[in-house]
Design a protein around this ligand. Structure first.
Ligand SMILES: NC(=O)c1ccc[n+]([C@@H]2O[C@H](COP(=O)([O-])OP(=O)(O)OC[C@H]3O[C@@H](n4cnc5c(N)ncnc54)[C@H](OP(=O)(O)O)[C@@H]3O)[C@@H](O)[C@H]2O)c1
Length: 310
């Protein structure tokens, strides 16, 4: 397919590369033009402007936040002004429910189509084409985009014909992830201060009662206090909690844990955590515990007892 791709950050660069490798004709654009160099070498065409990236059947955006997507899509010579009638804007960034609704309306007015397709998975999953893609959009438009989703992810779940529903699902999922990070952080702080090896404790949990990728990924990062370089930066994680709370407020859904997470992110960012991975909120409990030992220096002391053959 002939497509455009806007936003070559940690996620977007890897995703655009997979689309090129899958044989699609891809025009890329990024505010900081330098980031397009590797993709050009791979065979992508570097567009000189947002409008120039909008000449295909589909334009994909993978941008930081609402402000970035608004700037690229809704301003003069942005996507809505530049895309042909009938063409599709696929928004894969994690944006607000309100903006997804605004985009759907603006594209409909311009005779274009809009699909929301936010993703689960970090940059390593994006590079390996292992993303989980949550899709909201009208069936024919989603069908047109299916080969693109196939090149980007391991599974695509169509949740609704209404685009903004995908953003609700994505934001609620990130709320759950942040809650898991905070809970892991508190549990790991407790065992760590009790002198138990933190990594072995995470192995114990993830090989028994919590065998989920989220606990494994974030448990390891927290046990090892490995928060740099950021794969998903803390300010973006904070953005997602704020967007989840905004969606909850507009629907009158109290989310007390969401409010707590909001303050955890505020604390992290107030104390210089801008450059850290969002998993760093899971390190705050260890700090609060006054435990200087973040990684146990000794070899694993927790081990599995196997029954001796009789
Ligand atoms: N990282 C993850 O693990 C992950 C996982 C799932 C979903 N997401 C979501 O995916 C999206 C991208 O995340 P990321 O980690 O790739 O972010 P990132 O590395 O910070 O990249 C952000 C991208 O947005 C562009 N941008 C920011 N503000 C802009 C503006 N005002 N106008 C035009 N472009 C602007 C940046 O351009 P410049 O290069 O010029 O700065 C860059 O291309 C976010 O919505 C995030 O929540 C991330």
């Amino acid at each position: 397919m002939k497509i455009g791709f806007i936003g070559l950050g940690r996620m977007g660069a890897a995703m655009a590369a997979n689309l090129v490798k899958a044989g699609h004709e891809v025009a890329v654009f990024n505010r900081t033009a330098d980031k397009g160099r590797a993709l050009r070498e791979l065979g992508a065409h570097q567009a000189g402007s947002v409008a120039a990236a909008c000449h295909g059947e589909v334009i994909i955006t993978m941008l930081a936040d609402d402000a970035a997507v608004t700037e690229v899509a809704l301003t003069k010579e942005g996507i809505v002004e530049s895309l042909a009638a009938g063409a599709i804007h696929v928004s894969m960034s994690t944006i607000s429910v309100a903006l997804a609704k605004q985009l759907a309306a603006a594209h409909a007015r311009a005779g274009q189509r809009f699909v929301a397709a936010p993703v689960f998975g970090r940059p390593d999953a994006a590079a390996a084409a292992k993303l989980f893609i949550v899709v909201g959009g009208e069936a024919a438009a989603v069908e047109t985009c299916a080969p693109l989703f196939g090149a980007l992810g391991q599974r695509t779940v169509v949740i609704s014909a209404e685009p903004a529903a995908a953003n609700v699902a994505k934001l609620s999922g990130n709320f759950l992830l942040a809650a898991a990070i905070e809970a892991l952080g508190e549990a790991i702080a407790l065992v760590g201060k009790a002198g138990i090896d933190r990594r072995s404790y995470v192995d114990l949990l993830t090989s028994t009662i919590f065998p989920a990728p989220a606990y494994k990924t974030y448990g390891d990062l927290i046990a090892e206090s490995r928060f740099e370089p950021a794969a998903f930066a803390a300010p973006l994680g904070f953005k997602d909690i704020r967007l989840a709370l905004a969606a909850a407020e507009s629907l009158r859904v109290p989310m007390p844990l969401g409010s707590l997470l909001h303050d955890r992110f505020l604390r992290l960012l107030a104390q210089g955590g801008e450059r850290l991975d969002w998993a760093a909120i899971g390190g705050l409990a260890t700090q609060d515990a006054g435990d200087p030992q973040t990684v146990a220096p000794v070899a694993a002391t927790v081990h599995t007892l196997t029954r001796e053959p009789t």
